[in-house]
Design a protein around this ligand. Structure first.
Ligand SMILES: [Zn+2]
Ligand SMILES: [Zn+2]
Length: 339
């Protein structure tokens, strides 16, 4: 929906020792195959930024892609995981076993990669939040829970002993360049990007994507009260920081490298403002719960997409709340009113 202007050639990246492997992802929300970046180290080994999903098809694409480019994935010095989603960390356990490399991830996403942050469990634990705070009817919630419980496990979770820390400001040295770790919570609480300042390259994983907006998915891994992670508010802070960078290209988590991140992000900011205008117009008529807003914003709904729809509405309402445009009315079901 937000078209990139130009693509950066994979062979240009090859000169910097950056090799991109494309790993198919079996769900369309991802925005196409996921990228694994194999980056040359000075000592002849490789660092990995992301690992692809661990389905049979994903593993075959990883091994086939590496063999074709003559990259030996047993010679890994470290595996850096951008964030705790299946299509990014799915092969980390396997690759760590095969190479002995440690897996570095930001602490705020550790629960996801070790298997503690599974959505079905979070949904069960925070059932009251969905009923009261969001106003989801009991029968809908039961269907959502059944759907989440049926999700196949497409991944091997990581043994905690294989994990290493990754912090904002860490500098990673590669053969041809260095990159700084940037913690940009939003898409997930622990998402990090890599910034190669001198080359003006930005490894954005799912923080900036050319084709889809980075869903601010409802994330209760940090609690549901005052500590609740406000996905879109945090995302927009980080995205504004990225917007102001001078960049030659963005190397995203899905799809080829692209230029024009400013136009892309400005389009995204406008998209969210339009959503918020619509929500505000609805709330000007009468106060509504998050679920009621979902029903008026998305006339065609199916329970399989309910989590994404609730996430999107809640995230936008939180931004409006932070901006003082709406206020929560605490009752048996929380409703929001325009100020
Ligand atoms: Zn992704
Ligand atoms: Zn993701």
């Amino acid at each position: 929906m937000y078209g990139p202007t130009t693509e950066l050639n994979d062979s240009t990246l090859g000169a910097l020792g950056i090799h991109r492997l494309e790993i198919p992802v079996p769900f369309i929300e991802a925005g196409g195959p996921a990228n694994v970046y194999v980056i040359e180290d000075a000592d002849g080994r490789y660092s990995l930024f992301d690992t692809g999903i661990g389905t049979a098809e994903g593993i075959a694409a990883l091994r086939g892609g590496a063999a074709e480019k003559k990259l030996d994935l047993r010679k890994l010095s470290r595996i850096v995981v951008s964030h705790g989603h299946l299509d990014h960390f799915g092969n980390a356990q396997m690759l760590s076993e095969e190479s002995g490399a440690r897996v570095f991830i930001h602490e705020a996403d550790v629960d996801k990669v070790v298997g503690d942050g599974r959505f079905a469990a979070l949904l069960r634990k925070h059932r009251g939040f969905f009923l009261k705070r969001l106003g989801v009817p009991v029968d809908q919630l039961d269907q959502m829970q059944a759907g989440a419980d049926r999700q196949p496990n497409l991944v091997r979770y990581l043994e905690p002993s294989r994990l290493g820390p990754l912090h904002e400001g860490d500098v990673l040295q590669f053969k041809h360049f260095e990159a700084t770790v940037k913690h940009l919570p939003g898409h997930t609480p622990g998402l990090v990007c890599l910034h190669a300042e001198r080359q003006r390259l930005f490894f954005a994983d799912d923080h900036v994507l050319a084709r889809v907006s980075p869903n601010p998915v409802l994330d209760l891994s940090q609690g549901e009260g005052p500590t609740k992670f406000r996905a879109l508010s945090r995302y927009l802070e980080g995205a504004k920081w990225v917007r102001d960078l001078e960049l030659e290209a963005v190397l995203p988590g899905h799809g080829p490298a692209f230029k024009g991140h400013r136009e892309l992000l400005d389009g995204l900011f406008a998209f969210y403002e339009l959503r918020q205008d619509k929500l505000l117009a609805r709330l000007a008529e009468s106060p509504a719960s998050i679920y009621e807003l979902v029903t008026s914003l998305f006339p065609r709904r199916d329970v399989g997409r309910m989590v994404l729809m609730l996430s999107e509405v809640l995230a936008n309402v939180e931004v409006m709340e932070d901006r003082g445009l709406v206020v929560a009315l605490d009752a048996e079901i929380v409703r929001y009113a325009a100020r």
